[in-house]
Design a protein around this ligand. Sequence first.
Ligand code: SF4
Length: 443
Amino acid sequence: MALTGLDIYKLLPKTNCKDCGFATCLAFAMALAQKKASLDKCPHVTIEAKRVLESASQPPIKLVTMGVGDKKLEMGNETVMYRHEQKFYHPAGIGLLVEDALTENDIADKIKKINGLTFERVGQIIAPELICLKNSSGNKDLFVKLVSKTVSGSKLNIALQSQNIEALKEALKISKDRRPLIIWDGSNLDEIVKLAKEYKAPLAVTCASPEEAAELTKRIKQAGVEEIVISIKGKGISGKIQDFTFIRRTALKKNERSLGYPLLAFTSAVEPYAELAEAVSYVLKYASLVIVKNIDKDFILPLLVARQDLYSDPQKPVQVEPKVYEIGKVGKNSPVIITTNFSITYFTVAGEVEASKVPTYIVCCDAEGMSVLTAWAAEKFTPESIDATIKSLGLDKMVGHKRLVIPGYVSVMSGKLEELTGWKISVGPREASGIPNYLRNYK
Ligand code: SF4
C-alpha cells in the first residue's frame, strides 16, 4: 500500500533546511506522496528511511516480463482490485497448451492453427500471446523435439512446463533467445531456481495454497530470482478464484510482498463452453496468464473479446480517428452518413453500410470517443460541432451534393443543422440495423 504524506514525513529529518527546494519537510513529504518529487532531492535522509521509502514506492504486484521485443508479454504491476477504481494495466496473457505426447503431424497442425488465431475487433488486433509446451510424456527427447519445432514454427512466446530438470535444461538451450517462462511443478526447487537464474528466465511455481506461495516466493527471491509467477494447483475453479482474490487483496491492501506476483491459471474443464467460462472467470479474477487447451477459433475469439473489454481503460473510450471513411467504391453522388468517433459505433455502422452494398461515406465527428446519444447529451455532438467537422474535412469538395444523413436518435438537431451548414439533412434510422434498408431506398 502506498505511504501517505504523513507516513513519509515521519521518516524525514524534519529540519526544514530547504535543500530539497521545498519550504518544509512536510511540503516535500506531500510532494513525494503525490509522486511530484523524488527522494534523491533530500541529501539528509537516513539510509534506513531511504530503504523503507524506496521499498514502499515499488509496485505492490511485481512486473514480470516473458519474451522479447514486440511480442514480449508483461504481467502484473496492477494497482487496484476493481477496474472502475482506476484501470487494469496489463491484459491477462492467453496461452495455448501443446503437449509432447501428440504425434509430430498433430503438433505441426496445432502450431499452424495457433499461428492463424489473429482477429481484428474495433480496430484493434487481438491474439493469444503464447504457446505453453508441456512435457506430459515425461520423455526428454519428445519434449526437446516439441520445443525445437515450436521455436522454428511460431513467433509466439513460449512457456516450458516440465518436472524433468534435464528436459528443461535442453529446452532452455533451444529457446533461450525467446526468454521463455519456466513452469515448475516438481520438488527440487533449488535446481530450477539455479536454471532460471542462469537463463534469466521468469519462473512460475505451482503451490497448493497462498501460504505455500508466500513461503516459496521468499525462498526464490532470496536465491536471486526476482521475476516470479504464482500458480495454484487443484482446488477447482471456485477455490482457485478464492485464492487468487485473497492473493491480490493481500498484495494490494496489506502490501504483502511475498504474494505481490502475477498469477497463472490452467483451465481444467473438458467441455468447450465450460472451459470458456472457466478461462473468462480467471481473466476476471485475477490471473495475469491463462493457459487453455482448446484452440478452436470459436473458443479463442470470445475469450479474447472478454479480455479486451475488461482491459480497456474505463476513463478512455475506444476511439477511431475522426475523419471521412469510404465504404465501397464511393463516388461524387454517394450518400454521406455522420456519426461519432466511438469505436463500437463506427464499426457497427460500417458493418451495416457494408451489408447494404451501397457505397457510402461515413463521417466520424470527434466526440471524444462517446456514442451518439451520450455525446449529444454531453454536448460533444451538436449542430455546431458537426458544422465545424464538415468544414474542416472539406466535405463539400469531396462529394457533388449537399445532403447529410444523421442518426435517428438526434433528429431533434436537424433544423438547426440545416440552418448552420446549408446542407439538406435527412434523418436516418435510430438503430444501425436499419441502415441497409435505409440506404437501399435512399434517394
Ligand atoms: S532537504 Fe530533507 S531535511 Fe531539508 S527540508 Fe527537504 S526534506 Fe527536509
